[in-house]
Design a protein around this ligand. Structure first.
Ligand SMILES: [Zn+2]
Length: 284
């Protein structure tokens, strides 16, 4: 258990101290992705454990599986950097496949399932759950918060069908973005908005796609409410319907957004924000 305790301290240190630096390197990003995923998996395994499962062993198992997932998440961001390197958006399909594999592993860790028992593939607010453990089946679910945020972006922006198909994420454009927001692009949940003038600048889209991955990274945290969700489901037909067609992404959205803003969103803090530094690391 000592190694996992030491790693936990390292991650906490990383989360708090990293924003002091204006740049991060690949080693730090790898530690961050592996470490955070390990913690998400380990804590989830304890929260979701059955009463007869031993505490320490369950945590270590969840932590270890989470770390494997974290390595895939880090690698997915590496693969994503091929978009900038080769100036081709289609590389995102490969990157998102690796990313979905990684986040699925962390989610399986957090729910005490086998590493590949359930694979989740995300396309914006759409989630396809592929069950491999017993009988092979596929379920479709909606990420409701992500859907709301995408609808908000869709109201004020033009939907870019070609760019969306090329990347597998929802991409929008506007000719007022730079003048209104003072920025050539932004990401809200899984929806990416780009200023018309930057629409063909692939490294800007690549940067925003890393922010989409950062949103997916926290998806496994939603499993922490699994016990509450199934209790609600037993007593209410509404929640039964809700859980059948929706995957509640509220907790992950709140966590990721809070962490982003805790680290500051002012012009000065922007250069020190870990999420921004990580997006720059893979795209510049
Ligand atoms: Zn950014």
């Amino acid at each position: 258990m000592k190694w996992s305790y030491n790693l936990f301290l390292l991650i906490t240190f990383n989360l708090i101290v990293t924003p002091v630096f204006s740049q991060i390197n690949h080693r730090e990003s790898m530690y961050y992705n592996i470490g955070t995923s390990g913690v998400l998996g380990g804590l989830g395994a304890i929260i979701n454990k059955k009463p007869d499962m031993p505490l320490g062993k369950t945590f270590v198992k969840g932590f270890a599986k989470g770390m494997v997932g974290g390595f895939f998440i880090y690698e997915s961001k590496n693969v994503s950097s091929l978009i900038t390197k080769h100036d081709k958006l289609e590389y995102n399909w490969l990157a998102k496949t690796v990313n979905c594999l990684g986040t699925s592993m962390v989610e399986n860790a957090a729910t005490n399932r086998k590493l590949l028992a359930q694979l989740n593939f995300n396309i914006g607010f759409n989630r396809f759950e592929i069950y491999t453990a017993e009988k092979f089946k596929v379920k479709y679910k909606i990420l409701p918060v992500s859907l709301l945020l995408t609808s908000y972006v869709a109201l004020n922006h033009k939907f870019e069908i070609k760019k969306s198909f090329s990347t597998g994420e929802f991409i929008f454009s506007s000719n007022k973005l730079a003048s209104t927001w003072g920025s050539s692009a932004y990401t809200l949940g899984t929806a990416v908005a780009i200023d018309e003038k930057s629409l063909n600048t692939n490294f800007i889209i690549n940067h925003e796609l890393i922010h989409v991955y950062q949103f997916y990274d926290f998806n496994p945290i939603n499993t922490y409410l699994q016990k509450i969700d199934s209790k609600l489901e037993q007593n209410s037909s509404f929640f039964k319907f809700y859980n059948k067609y929706f995957y509640n992404d509220m907790l992950s959205t709140i966590t990721q957004t809070s962490l982003y803003y805790i680290k500051g969103n002012s012009d000065l803090a922007y250069r020190k924000n870990f999420f921004e530094n990580e997006a720059r690391l893979f795209t510049e």
